[in-house]
Structures are given as C-alpha cells and as structure tokens.
Design a protein around this ligand. Sequence first.
Ligand code: GLN
Length: 472
Amino acid sequence: MNLLDLTIIELHEGFKKKQFTSTEVTKAYLEQIKKTDGQIGAYLTVTEELALAQAEAADKIIATKKEFPMLCGIPFSVKDLIMVEGQICTAGSKILEKYVAPYDATVIKKLNAQGAVVLGKVNLDEFAMGSSTENSAYKVTKNPHDITRVAGGTSGGSAASVAAKQAVFSLGTDTGGSIRQPASFCGVVGLRTTYGSVSRYGVVADASSLDQVGPIAKTVEDAKIIFEAISGKDAMDATSVDYKFKDINVELKGLKIGVPKEYFAKGIDPKVEKIIREAIKKAQDAGAKIFQISLPSSKYALAAYYIIQTSEASANLARYDGIKYGLSSPAEKLLDVYIKSRGAGFGAEVKRRIMTGTYSLSSGYYDAYYKKAQEVRQLITQDFENAFKKVDVIFAPVSPFPAFKIGENTDNPLAMYLADIYTVSVNLAYLPGLSLPTGKVGKLPVGLQIIGNHFEENKILSVASQMESMLR
Ligand code: GLN
C-alpha cells in the first residue's frame, strides 16, 4: 500500500484500524515534497516543523478516541494567500515577501479544529491574478502530467500539489476560475463554492464580490468532506451566510442537465469538445435528460469580469502602500514611499490590473465601464436564473483547451484572459461549480464543469460523484 495514494476516507479508516499513524503519513508527504518539488515547484514554504507537531497531536487524539473528526491527521497544502498564523504569507507577491500572518484564516481554524495537518504554503499568480501561475513573483509551477506545461492558475500550486501527491488536498480560491481551471489542467477535483458559503476572513482579498475559498482534492467524496468542514457562517466575515451543508443523493435517472450552446462555440479545441460531449452522453445513457440551453449574455462575460475584477482589485490593493504591510522603499516624501514601494513590490500583471481598474472607476468613465459591467453582471445572473428554472445542473467544459505550454501566453495578456471564457460567468453570478477529471488529450487531463444553483453544492457533488464512478 502506498500511503500517498489514499483518499481522506481511506486514511481515516487506516488511522482507526491503527494501520499507520498521521506522523507516518505526514512524513511520507514531506518526503514526496522533497523528492519531487524541485521539478514541480508547487511549494513556496514547507511548514515541516508545524506539520510534524500537528501530526503528533493528531496521533494522540487518534490513539485515545474511538471516534475522531474525518480530517484529523490528514495533511494538506494551502494557497499562499490564506493565512496560517506565524507563517509567511506572500500572496505570490514581492510586496509581501516577508509578511508573517498574524492569525489563522477561519478556514484554517476550522481544519485545525478537526486536527488536520498543514504541510505548507503553495504557489499562485500574484494576488490571484492570472490563469497559469506564471505571474507568481517566485516561480512557475509545472504541470505534473507534463512539466513543459502550466499547472493552470491561479491556484496552480494547490492543484499541482494534489496531482503530484504532495498533499492529500489543498485549499484554493476562485475569483474567475482559479480553482476549477488548475484542477482541470492537473486532473484533480476542484470546487468553486457559492458566494457566501465559506468565510474569507484571513484570506488576502483580490476582488471581493467574486472571491471564494474552496477545496481541491483527489476525489469528489474528499471535496465534499472538506467543503462540509470549511463552510458556514463566520462572525468575522459579514458576507458569509448562515449555511449548513446537507448531504443528498440525486439520481442521474431523470436528472435535467442543461448544456449551454455558447460554451461549445468557435475557439474550443475539438478534442476537448469530444471528451465533454462523451461525458454528457454517458449521463444521458444513465437516464439523465439533456437540454440544450442558451446563456445569451455569455459573450459579454469576459469583458464585464475584467472590468469588475480590476476595479475591485485596484481598491483592495491600495492598502499596500509601503507603510501598513510588507515591502517599504524608503524615500524623503510620503508620496515617494508609496510610489517606490508599489513600483518595486508589484509585478507587471498586477500593475496592469490596478491601472485598468482605476481607469474604470474614475469619474467620467465610471458609467461607461464599471456601471455598464455591473448591468451585464445582472444579465448574466438572470441567464442562469432562467436556466435553473428548466434544469437541475449545467454541464460544460472548464477550459476551451488543455494545459498550454509554459510561456505560450505570457506576452499576450488578452490571450491569457481568454482562457477564462467558461469560468468567469459562474463567479459573476455568485454560483458554485465543480471541475471533474473527465478524460485526456494525450497525457493532458480535461475537466468537465458541473454548475449548480446557489447553495446547491450538495446536488453538484452528488451528480459529480456518480459521473466520477462512470468515468473511472
Ligand atoms: N484568471 C482570472 C483572473 O486572472 C481568475 C483568477 C482567479 O480566479 N483568482 O482574474
């Protein structure tokens, strides 16, 4: 038995039967990180000391209690914009290179309360802006299926660490696709959660009306366990809602699946389309009813997203001024401290977004850009509302293509933005969506996107789990 192959449930059972300890499992993962991360580049910090201490604590609980939480003793990785107390939290940026998190994010508190084990902090695009993890100020994370290709982004370190067996699971964030797209590229399960279902306290803000934390895992069942553990109301995050996960079983037989025609338009790789259509056919063979639907405002989604995301990010990132946090470049005048610190601390893409966002919000342009984008957001939300009157879930590709070559899009920001074409609408409409490994183009994984209505993660997970067993 290879400890690195086991899922959360299998590890939990193994702990119960005293087949192995959390310390043994944690050491196996730390060893794997040492062996493989020189090549993959998923980790920014390995918290070995913390991990071994947490594993030892978990082993004490496991040794003395008959019943213990599902995540007790399970080692995981954390996207480096989610704070773990006492550890550096870079958000992938030079400006936070030496920033030590003063407290645990609520999601970390919740996992720690179950006895989960933090292996380390993993790579991302700077402040979660990008689609390939190439915008990290530190390194490029490689795709474990083909190291000449990107892991996806922005939670590229999270997805790669799970795919390369360097963590049982990971926490990522999804503002415009950053959980689903890297999960799709790396062949793992990723769940973007409904806006408000998971606390964002202690998570570095990108675009606050779009950001959500969610799990990246080996299996759908694992993703469910993690989601159940991290979701729910948090007094420290006013946007979190009173929510309790309820496990349900939804039959594929009779299930109404919507397939939006706009998600199979010009530009999709025919090999990706074939894989997604085959998965849809399998669902149909299992008794699901397939409906062609239309989400007519989809064509405006990218434009609206890149105005709203940049506007919100430009406001959120104003706090990095060389005074309050992180890197500070000394200068005589205060304004020069701001200019020099931000000039030295932010990378090119983040600067581009700040400029675009500031422009969209400026007087005289606000109505033409930001306000217009908000109106489009409303239309996109209505498209989904109409769709969910007719269907239970929506099936679509996550990305029009599998993982692209490292460097392929770095000189062309627009081409990089286009990679998000099938993911951003879900965020604009505050919805949940899951990426399920569905097939491969050569050695490159392709994810099926399963989108549900607000707070219907349980439905998505149940459908995904049945699809997972059929596709296996
Ligand atoms: N690729 C999108 C962007 O660059 C989404 C990123 C994300 O979800 N954090 O904004």
